[in-house]
Write a protein that binds this ligand. Structure first.
Ligand code: CS2
Length: 479
């Protein structure tokens, strides 16, 4: 820390930690900036023992940062006109799964735990993104099928449910908060596929007793930087090693389907409890995440560091509008929502200059994101004979990005579980159209029938992106 900064460590104001009712798998910045805030508000409004035991499935970084603060942290709302801070005190422990998988299973098996929530990112489901089926060749799934101490989220859910069943404890509700379509149905299908490989009778119990509500989650949460940590210390007068930064906006639509109807009073905290979240999910995944990915790949290639920088460039603002014009005809608006207004609001959120959301951060894991963000929309437009020009450019920009070098020939640090294969596939071919065709043949991402239809338009878009550069290609195609 710089000279003259406060040295007092942040501590909770409340004397005791709230009793735990939730175990959260994958405790990253997003859930701390989102789910934990809703839970804090729900407990403030209506009470209940809904403290959260966070679980890091990979590193001990968050646990190490939060332990000296008794798990309290600062949530920082980045408004266009300034920052507001608030201390969140709902965590009552953070466990590091690889260090002690039994502690995680014990926490999940505790009868007081009614909900196991997840933000493990798309790749954390160990599924095949094109089909939604469990990837049984995934090393963590292979490991978990053969060992009682799991590595994957699916393995943890299965083993913990098994322990509860053996102890005649009712199951928990599995509350997924990742940006995947019909995310509850997806995780249910994956847990059942896993269970059927081990114990089909037990799979029947999961089917009949367990609940997997789907949710739509929305709050832009850029990664916290060292500069953020210093600034928060200056503003609050306390040193917090792991504050979370987020936009003021937040929206949570939750399918109201919980074991024994037991849950925090999410509605009192502003969440929408609905019978079916499909409309919310489609709108958000296609209109927000779809344009986010499109802007991330094209913006990165054009040398823009953040979404705010990208969208401040009029060529990209126009590109975003062109994307929404193609996406909106595929979206059924949730009750009371006007999709043109929703797009305007997204544009305003992207423009928020205090959100330094890196194009590189959003560009991660494209192989896992493309199907639900862009390919579903493209498929429906093709079926109805509608235009896809801007969406094709977005897919081609992803191809250019994963080929591994930018428009100035500098290496791109491509983070993706399939990064090595994507890079090798691109290297084997010399022309943009040949690279595009080879990438389209990756069945984990592009289903065969779609790939065939995409061959000529994507080869064409790839040539534009490679030859003109992303910005010029967009400018030419979207005017
Ligand atoms: C982003 C999302 O990183 C990404 O892929 O598109 O994290 C996005 O910021 C959130 O879904 C907004 O709710």
């Amino acid at each position: 820390m710089g000279v003259g900064l406060p040295v007092d460590r942040l501590k909770p104001v409340g004397a005791t930690r709230p009793k735990a009712g939730v175990v959260h798998l994958g405790l990253g910045a997003f859930f701390r900036a989102f789910g934990c805030v809703y839970i804090a508000d729900a407990m403030a409004a209506s009470g209940g023992d809904w403290g959260v035991v966070g679980v890091s499935l990979q590193s001990s970084r968050t646990a190490d940062a939060l332990r000296p603060q008794d798990w309290a942290y600062t949530s920082v709302s980045l408004g266009p006109n300034g920052e507001e801070t608030r201390v969140i005190e709902v965590l009552n422990n953070v466990l590091v799964a690889p260090e002690n998988p039994y502690a995680v299973l014990n926490a999940m098996a505790d009868p007081n735990i009614k909900i196991v929530s997840l933000t493990v990112t798309e790749k954390g489901y160990c599924h095949n993104p094109a089909t939604g089926r469990l990837n049984i060749a995934h090393p963590d799934i292979k490991h978990d099928l053969e060992n009682e101490t799991p590595k994957s989220a699916i393995g943890y859910l299965f083993r913990a449910l098994q322990i509860r069943n053996n102890a005649q404890t009712p199951p928990f509700t599995v509350l997924t908060c990742d940006n995947l379509p019909e995310n509850g149905k997806l995780v249910r299908g994956l847990v059942l596929e896993f269970a059927e490989l081990i114990d089909p009778t037990f799979a029947d119990w999961i089917k009949s007793e367990c609940c997997f509500p789907s949710t739509m989650v929305d709050r832009i949460t850029p990664a916290t930087t060292d500069a953020d940590i210093e600034r928060v210390a200056k503003i609050t007068g306390k040193f917090d090693a792991a504050p979370v930064m987020h936009e003021p906006f937040s929206q949570w639509a939750i399918e109201d389907n919980f074991v024994a109807n037991t849950r925090p009073d999410f509605a009192a905290a502003g969440a929408e409890m609905v019978a079916d979240v499909t409309a919310h999910e489609h709108m958000k995944l296609r209109m927000l995440n779809g344009t986010h990915s499109a802007l991330a790949y094209t913006g990165y290639l054009a040398g823009h560091e953040t979404i705010a920088d990208t969208i401040a460039d009029p060529v990209f603002a126009k590109f975003a509008r062109a994307l929404w014009a193609e996406i909106i005809p595929t979206v059924i608006a949730p009750n009371g929502v006007n999709l043109a207004d929703y797009a305007d609001a997204l544009l305003a959120r992207y423009r928020n200059p205090t959100i330094r959301h890196k194009t590189w951060q959003i560009a991660m894991d494209g192989s896992q994101k493309l199907p639900q963000r862009l390919l579903g929309t493209i498929t429906e437009n093709l079926e109805s004979g509608r235009d896809n020009t801007a969406l094709f450019l977005a897919v081609a920009a992803w191809m250019r990005y994963v080929s591994g070098s930018d428009e100035l020939g500098r290496a791109i640090d491509v983070r993706d579980p399939m990064a090595a294969t994507l890079h090798d596939v691109c290297q084997m071919h010399s022309t943009p159209s040949a690279k595009a065709t080879a990438l389209l043949s990756m069945r984990e991402i592009f289903p065969q029938t779609l790939a065939e239809k995409l061959k000529s338009p994507i080869a064409n878009a790839a040539e534009q992106i490679w030859e003109r550069g992303a910005r010029n290609a967009i400018q030419k195609e979207t005017t």
